[in-house]
Ligand binder design. Structure first.
Ligand SMILES: *Cc1c(COP(=O)(O)O)cnc(C)c1O
Length: 421
């Protein structure tokens, strides 16, 4: 084997054995064109490809990494855990410690069940809600992504949106017969056969679309009126907006939560949770079955707990990095007279290349329709800045992004903006 590998060579070989060369579609660059950088390593804010090129990374594993890559303390915790065995199929003190931390931080949450992904967490939350209510129907909002389980894929954001799909082939009509898709930011009138309303409390898979005032409060009231379970999918917002996530930020308390990404410290984790009363329906306490060979995995819980502890007192700093970026981008686009808006919510931000308001999926699709993002993405990449290779993903500045990194990013944006003018 030759010692120098190019991204193109590696990716071509990957395309022979992995569909589209990837294990998750958005990584393929399909919606922006070109060949993905193939990562060899990452540290802090930076990611390095097999050709030795280094980028300031705003993908950060789509939000799984909040401290930055390969944080020393997290790596040490994983190593220490690995030496004691990587999985047992029996209870551990590590999963207890992470569960106690999560329950302590999120107002209203009393018990969790861990999974290995956000998909499983959201999927299991639906089963729980159906088991608790004895009802079938679920309501989701267009452009919200809740993982790739059949019932929740309809009008999903993120990868589904980036591939230009309305849903997925292979999902039977029966699998989605009980799924109702409604527009985000409008409180639907529910029937009393609704088991669950699933929502991203701050939508971050159709670009960033914050809830309008009254939306989450309205969902809470409407769910209470008909006896439906309200699910906050906090897979992105949980432990990213703050320890209390969107629940604390909005002041609205759901019945059931889904978590993932940040709580695994970069390892595969998800969790869903609720009050003790609701969680009593989960097996072995109750009749709703849910399980997993690697659920509550010792490496993942060690990494997750270490990450959560390191976040203590640092959310202000994280948000100020996002604010600095958002203000900087707005300034650049205003100066170059480019139609763009940069929504920000706490540590999350993204760029829509339009002047028109974006409050739901239709408007997000209109905002993402042109090739401005694609051009901007490639111009930024050429300047050493890695944004997500799709217009529907938000930017994830991490605690590792220094002032210098942010300045370099904004200087690159100034150049990249010229390709749009
Ligand atoms: C990423 C994400 C999921 C799915 O999590 P996976 O770990 O990718 O399965 C679910 N909901 C939201 C809001 C997400 O952003």
């Amino acid at each position: 084997m030759s010692s120098f590998q190019t991204n193109a060579d590696v990716f071509a070989r990957s395309c022979e054995v992995l569909p589209g060369g990837v294990n998750s579609p958005v990584r393929s660059f399909r919606s922006v064109g070109g060949t993905p950088y193939v990562v060899s390593e990452a540290k802090g804010a930076y990611i390095t490809d097999v050709e030795g090129a280094t980028y300031i990374d705003y993908v950060q594993s789509y939000g799984a990494s909040i401290l930055g890559h390969a944080t020393d303390e997290v790596v040490a915790a994983i190593k220490k855990a690995a030496e004691k065995g990587t999985t047992y199929g029996a209870p551990t003190t590590g999963e207890l410690a992470l569960a106690e931390k999560i329950v302590e931080c999120v107002p209203g949450l009393e018990m969790i069940r861990m999974t290995s992904s956000g998909t499983e967490a959201a999927m299991s939350a639906i089963r729980l809600a159906r088991g608790v209510t004895g009802r079938s129907k679920i309501v989701k909002f267009a452009g919200c992504y809740h993982g790739h389980s059949d019932a929740l894929l309809a009008a999903g954001g993120s990868g589904v949106a980036n591939q230009g799909l309305v849903g997925s082939a292979g999902v039977t009509p029966a699998a989605v017969a009980d799924t109702v898709v409604m527009p985000y930011n409008v409180v639907p009138t529910l029937d009393d056969d609704t088991a669950l309303v699933a929502v991203e409390p701050i939508a971050a898979n159709m670009g960033l679309v914050p809830p309008v005032p009254g939306f989450l409060e309205g969902l809470r009231a409407e769910c209470d009126r008909v006896g439906a379970v309200l699910l906050f999918d906090e897979v992105i917002t949980g432990f990213r907006l703050g320890y209390g996530g969107a629940t604390e930020a909005s002041g609205v308390t759901p019945d059931v939560w889904a978590f993932g990404k940040v709580i695994g410290g970069g390892l595969p984790v998800g969790a869903f949770g609720a009050s003790k009363e609701i969680m009593a329906h989960i097996s072995p306490l109750g009749p709703v079955y849910q399980g997993g060979t690697l659920s509550g995995n010792p490496l993942a819980t060690a990494a997750g707990l270490t990450a959560l502890n390191l976040l203590d007192g640092r959310y202000g700093e994280l948000e100020s990095k996002a604010t600095r970026l958002a203000k900087g981008f707005r300034h650049v686009f205003a100066e170059k007279k480019i139609a763009a808006q940069v929504p920000q919510y706490g540590p999350l931000l993204n760029i829509f290349f339009t002047d028109a308001a974006v409050t739901n999926y239709d408007e997000a699709q209109a905002a993402c329709a042109g090739d401005s993002y694609k051009k901007f993405f490639h111009a930024m990449l050429a300047e050493g800045i890695a944004l997500a290779p799709g217009p529907y993903e938000v930017m994830f500045p991490s605690l590792a992004h220094s002032d210098e990194d942010l300045n370099r990013t904004l200087a690159a944006a100034e150049k990249a903006a010229e390709t749009l003018a």
